[in-house]
Each structure stands twice: as C-alpha cells, then as structure tokens.
Design a protein around this ligand. Structure first.
Ligand SMILES: [Zn+2]
Length: 116
C-alpha cells in the first residue's frame, strides 16, 4: 500500500485561489505565492483511486480446513483458501466455482485471481 493521500484538490484550489492576487486578495506580497500554489494544484496529476488498492494472494495453508455440514449426520472436510492480507477464508469448493479477483473481506486485488 502506498502512502499517497487522496484529497479534494478542487476544494483546496478554491481556498488557495481566494488568497491570490488574481482574486483581489489583500494579503500583500504573499498573494503572488497563493496564485503560484493554486496553479500547482491545478497542474497536479490526478490519481486513479483504484491504483491505491492493496494487492494480496490466495494461499492454501496446510492443516487448515472447513468442516462442511451436508446433512444432520453427514459432513466433510475441505481445504481452506486464505487471503494473504487479512486471513479471510473461503472453502475450496466455493473458491473453485468463481473467479475471485478481489478478496471479499478486505477488498484487496488478488494477484492470482484464478485457481490455476
Ligand atoms: Zn483479504
């Protein structure tokens, strides 16, 4: 996970530009700096929020299983598939039915989304 911080650049731009000479601010010599900062905010690149989402992998730990109840006196064990980030687990039969692009618990992007 990156340490970038999403902010509302438009609100910041409005606040800073109000202090600039171009908007008639009476802040003296610092008003020119406010105009320069407002321009820097306008020129700053926009971050795709999806690029901030973390990445994880599906793991199949040994000796970790679900006990699936099939009926009143019937059950079976299945290996558990676990998220490397949060430890959220899915029974193998459910894991095999779908493509898990994202962990349903923590929302991280799974680098090995298919079970191949
Ligand atoms: Zn997770």
């Amino acid at each position: 996970m990156t340490d970038k911080r999403p902010i509302d650049a438009n609100a910041l731009y409005e606040d800073v530009s109000r202090m600039g000479l171009t908007n008639g601010s009476a802040l003296g010599r610092h008003s020119g700096m406010a105009d320069a900062i407002a321009q820097m905010i306008q020129d700053a690149p926009t971050i795709d929020p999806e690029s901030l989402r973390g990445h994880a992998k599906w793991e199949k730990p040994e000796n970790l299983a679900f006990i699936i109840v099939d009926g009143p006196d019937d059950s079976h064990e299945e290996p558990a598939i676990r998220c490397s980030n949060c430890g959220g687990m899915i029974p193998e039969s459910d894991f095999d039915k779908w493509v898990w692009n994202y962990c349903p618990v923590c929302g991280f992007i799974m680098e090995d989304a298919t079970n191949e």
